[in-house]
Design a protein around this ligand. Structure first.
Ligand code: GRG
Length: 293
């Protein structure tokens, strides 16, 4: 199966699983459950769950066993987008090609939608059947750590504090590592854990995730200044508007493109110990480098 068909098939499986894991829209309080579903089923690319599933398969596991892990990371990711779009954060009107959650449901419900998506992620992951090396507590701690104050939220704080200030390359990399690469890496690690990967393979996949995650954010920064709002499904040029430090702003477009290539190459190198089993993940890295939205 080519990568495009693979991604489409995994998106269908993930959507079906998320639909089953989430409270129905008619469950009380209906506004909240509708709002959670509004953002979760708004047409995201599902990269993090697809990476979790592809990693599980590369490690000899199954999509079925990895599904709670995959669904949980997508809930965390969607919560972070809902909160990121709030007026007190990036103040955005458009996400995944639709009005942002707070534009439709109001700010109060949008904050609570994010809270509920964050919480349900752990409820979902708690339903995983853990492999022998990685008990449930390890899985929960993995997701909590990546989503917490040292990584996802920490990166957002550094991003917020960096607005309007000139950051150097190291400060920018710190933000990228925390707010983007950490959750992508954890998606991959959780997929590997669902398949009982050996410590050596887990370590290789962690290196892969960190390089892939940084490359992903460099590309995201490039797309923000080179693509249209229609193509991205979110407001283009937002980083410049908010005087945010980005790769193109600090290093220029050409150097940013070279950096994305360098990081993708490093991601490929990290997969060496896995041999051909990791071909799908190699395709993934190339796909993320070449993406235009
Ligand atoms: C606690 C109030 C409060 C806020 C926290 C943690 C957080 C908000 C925000 C995280 C920061 C963030 C949004 C990082 C950006 C990562 C990124 C590039 C997201 C876009 O990912 P895609 O392109 O999106 O995979 P889709 O929509 O396709 O899933």
């Amino acid at each position: 199966m080519d990568l495009k068909s693979y991604l489409a098939s995994r998106t269908t499986l993930v959507d079906r699983a998320l639909n089953g894991f989430l409270p129905k829209a008619k469950t009380k309080p209906t506004t909240l459950h509708e709002a959670m579903r509004y953002s979760l089923f708004a047409g995201g690319k599902r990269l993090r769950p697809a990476l979790a599933l592809a990693t599980a398969e590369a490690c000899g596991g199954t999509t079925e066993a990895a599904m709670p892990h995959a669904a949980a990371v997508e809930c965390i990711h969607t919560y972070s987008l809902v909160h990121d779009d709030l007026p007190c954060m990036d103040d955005d009107d458009l996400r995944r090609g639709r009005p942002t959650n707070h534009k439709v449901y109001g700010e109060g419900v949008a904050v609570l939608t994010g809270d509920a998506l964050l919480t349900v992620a752990f409820e979902i992951l708690a339903q995983a059947k853990p492999a022998s090396r990685y008990p449930l507590a390890t899985l929960i701690a993995e997701l909590a750590h990546a989503s917490g104050s040292r990584w996802l939220i920490g990166g957002q704080v550094a991003d917020l504090e960096g607005e309007g200030r000139s950051l150097d390359g190291d400060e920018l990399k710190y933000i990228h590592r925390c707010k983007t690469a950490a959750l992508l890496t954890t998606s991959i690690r959780l997929g590997a854990m669902s398949a009982n990967a050996s410590p050596k393979i887990l370590s290789a996949l962690t290196d892969f995730g960190q390089s892939l995650g940084l490359a992903f954010q460099v590309i995201d920064d490039i797309l923000d200044v080179t693509q249209t709002t229609e193509k991205l499904g979110k407001t283009a040029g937002k980083d410049v508007q908010a005087t945010k430090a980005t790769y193109p702003a600090i290093f220029g477009l050409e150097k940013s493109r070279r950096e994305a290539h360098r990081l993708t190459k490093r991601a490929h190198t990290a997969l060496k110990p896995m041999g051909k089993k990791a071909d799908r993940l190699r395709e993934f890295a190339d796909h993320l480098l070449a993406r235009d939205y």
